[in-house]
Design a protein around this ligand. Structure first.
Ligand code: ADP
Length: 181
């Protein structure tokens, strides 16, 4: 039987290739096995649909976060455990998301703190290579800023932890704040 959680948005922020999607997928798997309703919102996927018209200027990135926050808020209000994976490099945009989501439920900011060198070495999508060659503008960490969270709820160090270890840290936190049992 599916179980209802207390509404929460878990917001993963970090550089491209930091591990936001990978860890969120692992958490989604665990939560589904436990019987909880959960929904992922992933930057790469929503940018193909919901925010297809947007680029990577500060203005467009903020619009991307605003629209996704709107969706996450609806899901959270319906007690779905919402897992958001967006680079979300600007502190103000993450604060906006927290403020909105907090009107209906909990907001857990997860800083996926993976050094640029590690992300660049992973280069999952070959984007760092292209950015270094100057083929991509506004690339976070190379030609665009990333404002590190000053006071995140959780910090994941994916360069040192396994995917399962990172996922467990988040699951344990959700138990601690009574989102899940
Ligand atoms: P992001 O969503 O932050 O852009 P991805 O999840 O797409 O990052 O890519 C992260 C890459 O790093 C994946 O290829 C993943 O397999 C790898 N990786 C290696 N170790 C870890 C770890 N401990 N946690 C998360 N990802 C890891």
């Amino acid at each position: 039987m599916n179980k209802r959680a207390k509404g929460v948005t878990v917001w993963f922020t970090g550089l491209s290739g930091a591990g936001k999607t990978t860890v969120a997928l692992e958490i989604e798997k665990i939560l589904k096995e436990m019987g909880y309703y959960t929904q992922r919102l992933d930057g790469d996927i929503v940018r193909e649909k919901l925010t297809k018209d947007l680029g990577f200027t500060k203005e467009d990135r903020n619009k991307n976060i605003e629209r996704n926050t709107f969706v996450a808020k609806i899901l959270t209000d319906n007690d779905i455990i919402t897992l958001c994976s967006f680079i979300s490099p600007y502190k103000s945009a993450r604060e906006y998301a927290r403020k909105e989501i907090n009107q209906v439920g909990d907001f857990v900011e997860v800083f996926v703190d993976t050094p640029l060198e590690v992300c660049e070495k992973r280069d999952v999508k070959g984007l760092y290579k292209q950015a270094r060659k100057g083929e991509i503008d506004n690339f976070t960490g190379i030609s665009d800023p990333y404002q590190e969270p000053e006071n995140p709820d959780i910090i994941l160090k994916t360069a040192q932890e396994t995917i399962q270890e990172s996922a467990k840290i988040v699951i344990d936190y959700l138990k601690k704040i009574n989102t899940i049992k």
